[in-house]
Design a protein around this ligand. Structure first.
Ligand SMILES: *Cc1c(COP(=O)(O)O)cnc(C)c1O
Length: 239
């Protein structure tokens, strides 16, 4: 455990340096970017060590792993972000521990999250996941709504009891015009964010960038980066 702690501390320091350097290069203040550590596939003991090392935001992508982990970590000063594709029948469970759902991508999910939030008396922050490989229409294969679906979804979240619209999330696309062009993809997300903020000024979070492309996200203007591998190591099994 002492070894794991030292390893996580070293990895965190490396990621911290990358974020600081990227902020400096972009002329941004370090406080403008929040690190979210993606703990999926790793045990609750790692989440606990991360909390001890000063991490305040963790993310998970599967409810069946996240729910017991969050329960084990109850009482730690951690905010839980849900970043995976979410079935409506999992909304109740996710709402019981998640402070923010970053993967809202369809109106049926908005309705399910809203009724779950109301039932459990919680206020849940929501990000709309934007699929930059889907030019039009609703949900892409990897989750996310096409850019032209964002305004309607934003209005749905704003009108839903128990939910608060906080901004946008994306994963750099593997296909389409932005494949392999992370910086351009994240700049496109910032444009979509600007139009969203014209109607919803409080929805100013922009979650983009992972272990391999956090510098591109910071350069484009992301407020949150989601880093897994660079902190915890290569996952044994990709999900
Ligand atoms: C796994 C995951 C990450 C982190 O990816 P790494 O490459 O391990 O940093 C970020 N965002 C989402 C949505 C993920 O599923």
């Amino acid at each position: 455990m002492a070894d794991r702690r030292a390893q996580l501390a070293e990895n965190l320091a490396g990621v911290e340096e990358r974020i600081s350097d990227a902020c400096a290069a972009a002329g941004r203040k370090r406080e403008e970017v929040t690190l979210i550590v993606v703990t999926k596939t790793y045990p609750a003991s790692d989440s606990r060590l991360l909390a001890e090392l000063g991490v305040r935001h963790v993310a998970e992508n599967r409810d069946q792993d996240a729910a017991p982990k969050a329960a084990e970590c109850a009482g730690l000063p951690l905010s839980w972000h849900f970043v995976g594709q979410l079935q409506t029948n999992k909304a109740r469970s996710v709402v019981s521990y998640a402070d923010i759902v970053q993967s809202v991508d369809r109106s049926r999910l908005v309705a399910a999250l809203s009724s779950a939030a109301v039932r459990s008396g919680r206020e849940v922050d929501c990000l709309i996941q934007v699929a930059l490989d889907a030019e039009t229409g609703e949900v892409s294969g990897r989750g996310g709504v096409a850019p032209d679906g964002v305004p309607a979804l934003a209005d749905a979240i704003t009108g839903a009891e128990g939910l608060r619209l906080r901004g946008l999330m994306t994963v750099a696309p593997l296909a389409g015009p932005y494949a392999g062009r992370q910086r351009a993809a994240f700049e496109r997300l910032m444009e979509i964010s600007s139009s969203l903020r014209a109607d919803h000024p409080a929805a100013n979070m922009v979650s983009a960038g992972m272990s391999s492309d956090l510098e591109d996200a910071v350069a484009a203007g992301a407020t949150h980066v989601r880093v897994g591998t660079a902190v915890l190591g290569v996952r044994p099994r990709l999900r």
